[in-house]
Structure formats: structure tokens, C-alpha cells
Design a binder for this molecule. Structure first.
Ligand SMILES: *Cc1c(COP(=O)(O)O)cnc(C)c1O
Length: 365
């Protein structure tokens, strides 16, 4: 897989030219055999990537669409939202906007949640639904979904997982971990253009959802389930993006999921070593925001000395032809974010890091 190797934003991510080419194919009817064949290729690849035997819903929307769909289709009762950054906060906000009673557990930026505390919070709140991010893109923190899912199920609640920068970069086992709902967006670790949201629900989650009378229309997962059985979508899909999706999921399956996870871990290790050894030799404030116990393999949030601003670094790096992220929200100027996800290689990443280090060195003077 070959990318330009210059675009390291934590979303959207770099898309290979072969995949961009797929977007130029002619239109075809979305109710017909030709589209159904493309849908079937997407579904087969996505099942392998989500590690599930269930159909994967494909919505023509950004990832937040399925975040809303998940809330509207989840069982009645209090929602426990595990918040450790901007995207997990958004999940809580979506639940509030859908009229749900939400209990938030907010931890420090960079931190993750522990199964032990989640168990205690489930007991004290009586929550029926838990929302959280797998990889929190605003801080580079990662939650242990497998362990948290176990305590959620022990309490008889359902777990809704935002794996937007997790899936296809970090290990995630939908069926083995019995996750009730998991979703992602096309523009992160899947390395596709923005515009598609992909999600999978357990059979029991969907059976229970069918009894909710206020599921809405566009993100009604029960409808997606019905149409998926026919290799179709409820409404007109973003057909061009489906061509790209079919080609990309096949490329990901050809690479191998384990191999892809390992490549992301190697890119993370390179970035961590760069920050904690190389950069720290220049100034002690450089480092990785998240502790070693919970770091995402797809995005690293790098802390900066107070004299250097994250947005200024991102701007100076772009002058050199590379794109990285400034910090997000309250961390905007205190950090930078490197999105080492998708189809990037270690070689491309190392070259990006060398350019970023050059900029940082200059700014320290
Ligand atoms: C990017 C991102 C989202 C939002 O996705 P949209 O596609 O912009 O709706 C949600 N959660 C996480 C963790 C993300 O990284």
C-alpha cells in the first residue's frame, strides 16, 4: 500500500490514489443487482474488519449520525457516559439531545476509564446504557473495551462503542467481546474519504430496539437491518463512496487485520520513542499526554513547552508540506496530534516526525 505519506491529520486521513480513482466510476441504480453486488463486497469486508458475523450497517453520513442512531435505538433508562475528551463528551451531548437522562463520569484529559470504577458507577446510577470512546481522538487515550464491556454486561446494561479512530487500527472484537453497538466513520483508520458511517449491532440489541417507538427515521438501525438483508440501504446511498469502500475493505482484508493492528502499534511506538526520547532531550515538557496504560495506536497527543503553541506548530509544519493536527479544544495550543493511522507506513511517518522535530527545534530557540 502506498500513500503520499504527508497527511497525518487525525481525520480525515490520507486516501490512496487508487481509492480516490474509485470515486470517478459512473452512476448506477441503487435498487438493482449491480449495486447489490458492490454492497455485498462492502459487507463481507466490513464483517471481517469489525470481527463479526452480523451485518454491518452503512449510512451515508458522518460518524456522528450513527452515534445518534445508537442512542435512539438503545433501551430506555439512564445513560452512563464515560467522558475523557471531546468525542466522548459529544456522545453524552447526543444522548441529552435525544431526551435521555445522562450521568457523566468525566476523567482528566489524557486519561482512560477503569472497569472497576465503571462497575461502581453502574451500581450507583442504575444506568441501562453506557457510552464511551475506544480511542479518544482529542487526547490519544484508549479505553480497554473488552474489560469495560464485561462489567457493563454483568450489570445488565448495554455498551455503545465509538470506535471511530479505533476500528481498523486498534484491536477490536465485536462478537468475542459481545459489544452491543460499535461504529466508525470512513475518514479515519479506514483511510477513505469522509461521508460514510459504519456500524454493527448485536442481534439482541436490534430485537430490543424494534420495540422503541421513537427511533427516528434516517438513523433507524432496525431499518438498516432490514435493508442489509437485501444488500441495500434504506435511502439513496452515496454510491461513489461505496465503490471506494468495496475496494478499500478488500485491501484491508488482504493486508490482514492482525498485520494492520501490528503496523499501527509500530507507528505508535515510533511516535512515542520520538517524543519521549528525542524531543525530551530538547526540552523536558515534550512527551505523550496519555499514560502508557492507555494510549491509542492510531493517534498520539504530544505535550509542548508553554512557549510553543500547537496551532503555530501545525501551521509551520504545513509550510514544509506535511499536515498534522493542532491540539483539540482546551488542548489546542498546549499539544499537537499526529494521526498515525490508515495506510501510512513507518517510513512515511518517520519522515513526518523528522520535519516536525525540525520545526520544534527552531521554535525553541
Ligand atoms: C472524528 C470522530 C468523531 C466524529 O466523526 P464525524 O465523522 O465528524 O461525525 C466521533 N468520535 C471520534 C472518536 C472521532 O475521532
Amino acid at each position: 500500500m502506498l500513500t503520499n505519506g504527508t497527511f497525518f491529520l487525525p481525520g480525515p486521513t490520507e486516501v490512496r490514489p487508487e481509492i480516490l480513482q474509485e470515486l470517478t466510476r459512473p452512476m448506477l441504480p441503487h435498487r438493482g443487482a449491480a449495486f447489490e453486488a458492490i454492497y455485498a463486497r462492502c459487507d463481507a469486508g466490513l464483517r471481517a474488519i469489525f470481527r463479526t458475523s452480523r451485518p454491518v450497517y452503512i449510512a451515508s453520513a458522518s460518524a456522528t449520525g450513527l452515534m445518534e442512531g445508537a442512542i435512539r435505538c438503545s433501551p430506555a433508562g439512564t445513560v452512563l457516559s464515560l467522558v475523557n475528551g471531546a468525542f466522548s463528551e459529544r456522545f453524552a451531548d447526543v444522548a441529552v439531545s435525544c431526551g435521555r437522562v445522562v450521568v457523566r463520569d468525566v476523567v482528566e484529559l489524557g486519561m482512560h476509564h477503569t472497569a472497576q470504577k465503571v462497575a461502581a458507577l453502574l451500581e450507583s446510577s442504575g444506568a441501562r446504557v453506557v457510552t464511551l470512546t475506544h480511542s479518544e481522538t482529542s487526547t490519544g487515550a484508549m479505553n480497554d473495551i473488552e474489560r469495560i464491556a464485561r462489567v457493563v454486561h454483568a450489570a445488565g446494561a448495554v455498551i455503545l462503542v465509538d470506535s471511530v479512530t479505533g476500528l481498523a487500527g486498534a484491536r477490536l472484537e465485536t462478537d468475542e467481546w459481545e459489544l452491543d453497538f460499535v461504529f466508525t466513520g470512513s475518514q479515519k483508520a479506514l483511510a477513505l474519504p469522509p461521508g460514510l458511517a459504519l456500524g454493527v449491532a448485536s442481534a439482541s440489541f436490534i430485537a430490543a430496539a424494534a420495540k422503541n417507538i421513537d427511533r427516528g427515521t434516517y438513523f433507524d438501525l432496525v431499518e438498516f437491518e432490514k435493508y442489509a438483508a437485501k444488500n441495500q440501504t434504506p435511502n439513496t446511498p452515496a454510491i461513489s463512496l461505496f465503490h471506494a469502500l468495496a475496494a478499500q475493505v478488500e485491501a484491508i482484508v488482504a493486508e490482514g487485520l492482525e498485520e494492520r493492528w501490528a503496523r499501527h502499534l509500530a507507528m505508535q511506538a515510533t511516535t512515542v520513542t520520538w517524543a519521549e526520547r528525542y524531543l525530551r532531550d530538547m526540552h523536558p515538557a515534550f512527551g505523550v499526554l496519555a499514560p502508557p496504560s492507555g494510549r491509542s495506536p492510531t493517534v498520539s497527543c504530544i505535550t509542548l513547552p508553554t512557549t510553543i503553541s500547537g496551532s503555530a506548530v501545525a501551521a509551520a509544519v504545513s509550510e514544509l508540506g506535511y499536515v498534522i493536527g493542532a491540539g483539540y479544544g482546551p488542548l489546542r495550543d498546549r499539544t499537537i496530534r499526529i494521526g498515525h493511522m490508515g495506510d501510512h507506513t513507518l517510513t512515511g511517518l518517520s519522515s513526518c516526525l523528522t520535519h516536525v522535530a525540525g520545526v520544534l527545534q527552531m521554535m525553541l530557540r
